[in-house]
Each structure stands twice: as C-alpha cells, then as structure tokens.
Design a protein around this ligand. Sequence first.
Ligand code: FES
Length: 154
Amino acid sequence: MFLNKYIYKNIKKEFKKFPLENKRSIILYILRIFEKKYNFINNKILKKISKVLKISFIQVKEISNFYKMCNLKKKVKYKIFICNSISCYLNNSLKVINFLKKEIFKKKKKKLFYIHKSSCMGLCSFSPFFLINNKKLFFYMNKKKIKFLIKKLI
Ligand code: FES
C-alpha cells in the first residue's frame, strides 16, 4: 500500500539528486512525497522510510517532528496553514482564524480540517492568507471569502 507506483517513481527521482552516502538529506523530500499522497504521516510510513533508507527510525522521526509541514497528528482532507506572527496579526489574522474555526464548527466538518498556526512564511503583505495542503494559497482572507471557500471545499 505505502510504496505504490507514484511514490516509488518519485522517490527514485529524488534519489538522483542526492549523494547516496548522505541519506539523511533525502528524508525531507521523501516525507513530502508521502505527505502529498496520503496527506498525513504516521509511524508506519516513518518505519517504511527508515527501512528503505536503511537508517534508524528515530532519525526519520526527528526530522518529521522538526518540520511542521509534516502532518503527524491526524488524517484530514484539508490542512490549513495560517500565519500566527505579528505582521499578520496587524492585518486581522487572529479574527480570520477564529472565524474560520467557527465556520468549520458550524458546518460540523471538524474532521475534514486541521488548522495549523505557523510562524512567518514571508507572505506578510498578502495576509491574512491560507495555505491549504502545502499547495494552494488564498490571499487577503475575510469572512466572505472564508464562507465561499468552506462551501467549495465541503
Ligand atoms: S508575519 Fe505572517 S507571513 Fe509574515
């Protein structure tokens, strides 16, 4: 299940970019491949990666814990990153986060979403913004846009 054709092909592609003697450097890229495919990373996947790379499980676990883009908590359909730093605060990001939480709760779709408050992502001038599943960005979010987005995603 875990090493399907898509994952195998992409891992093989990543291996060409890295020196084989430094396997730790490729872990993050492999984690991203799994994250993209399954939208979460669990211990089973981490063990698989450690086995494939022939490095300890703890080393893989360390890296997956350090980088917040790895979703280790729960399997959700939409992982929403929202900046929780000062410049975005000044642009009402806190109000937007609270409104988003309310909307998700109101629609009773809590299991579909995971909200991650992150540090500055260098997109301060577009705030408040959402980064969904590490792929799509939505700028200048407000109540109207959030309602529309939630409707679209559900
Ligand atoms: S402070 Fe939020 S993106 Fe920079």
